[in-house]
Write a protein that binds this ligand. Sequence first.
Ligand code: UDP
Length: 379
Amino acid sequence: MYDYLIVGAGLYGAVCARELTDAGKNVLVIDKRSHVAGNVYTEKVEGINVHIYGAHIFHTNLPEVWSYVQRFATFNRFTNSPVANYKGELYSLPFNMYTFNRMWGVVTPDEAAEKIEEQRKAAGITEAKNLEEQAISLVGTDIYEKLIKGYTQKQWGRPCDQLPAFIIKRLPVRLTFDNNYFNALFQGIPVGGYTAMVEKMLSGIEVQTGVDYLEDKEHWDAQARRIIYTGPIDAYFNFSLGTLEYRSVRFETEILDKPNFQGNAAVNYTDAETPWTRIIEHKWFEFGKDEQGKELPKTVISREYSSEWKPGDEPYYPVNDEKNGKLYQAYHALAAKEEKVIFGGRLGEYKYYDMDQVIAAALTCAAKEKTSKEDCHGM
Ligand code: UDP
């Protein structure tokens, strides 16, 4: 009998496992995939750490999370500066003075602010009710049309006026020449890849991969006093109230016999016609070099295609619109009745978490578990 069964060896599960083990608990971690690390999993191909489930750039404003991850990896100084390709025109991201200069020829922050204000006024938006209105309020119509509209519709499979405004608030708008995509104090990529980092988190802890909890729930439930479940919350309840919607992503990965394909880790294709949303060139997360500092002769690229999730696909992004929000609340109420189970992580809480937020939530959950007999539903 274990104290804890942790279902899912992604970041939420691995952090809980580490913390509870260090507190003297007896923990078993299981995952239905053949590997640990969830969607941050990386695999070495041609000497390059390939982000198999899409680009993951660690960034945080939480000093305690930053110092926590340092225990398990050394982080490099990578700063995310994606480039937007709109029909061959290249723009800097996030939206900053380089973007505004390229779009309108403006040179000073005042000129850029004036241009945005002019476009916002012309659109007549007072209070932004959806993503389209929010985007136009933030950066004006031209940038919305060229850099946001097509990309967002491809990524979410829904028109921008049917998406919540908060999605676009993830992106900074700056009247400076700062190409850093994130407003974060700390940022980097773990040297040696995320898999090694998660393996270190799990060191000394019993892990079984390739086992599906939901297929044999009774058997697994009997193994532990408490369960931390990080899979999809609707799947846990056998979709009894209906299916939550997710966006899924598919990658077409290629090894190219040349050292440089696009000169940057991420290039977003922001027009509506190009079928992929972005191309990731994995070597640039580590500056094109291997761990010995040697230049890599080949390169690995992944074209990313976004699609509506259907059973059998990997769920990536929860669709946090009103309809799904309501359904999630109904599942959440069911979850609160599962006395020995804690639901956590992006899928367990149906939340568009970043990696640092997942770690912070897992640390809070583990801390509560360590000090009380009560569970931490609703984390
Ligand atoms: N977005 C956009 N154009 C871009 C990049 C992002 O319109 O070139 C919008 C899009 O709606 C996306 C949101 O900003 O869903 C958040 O983007 P982010 O890069 O944070 O998404 P993630 O990296 O999590 O996929």
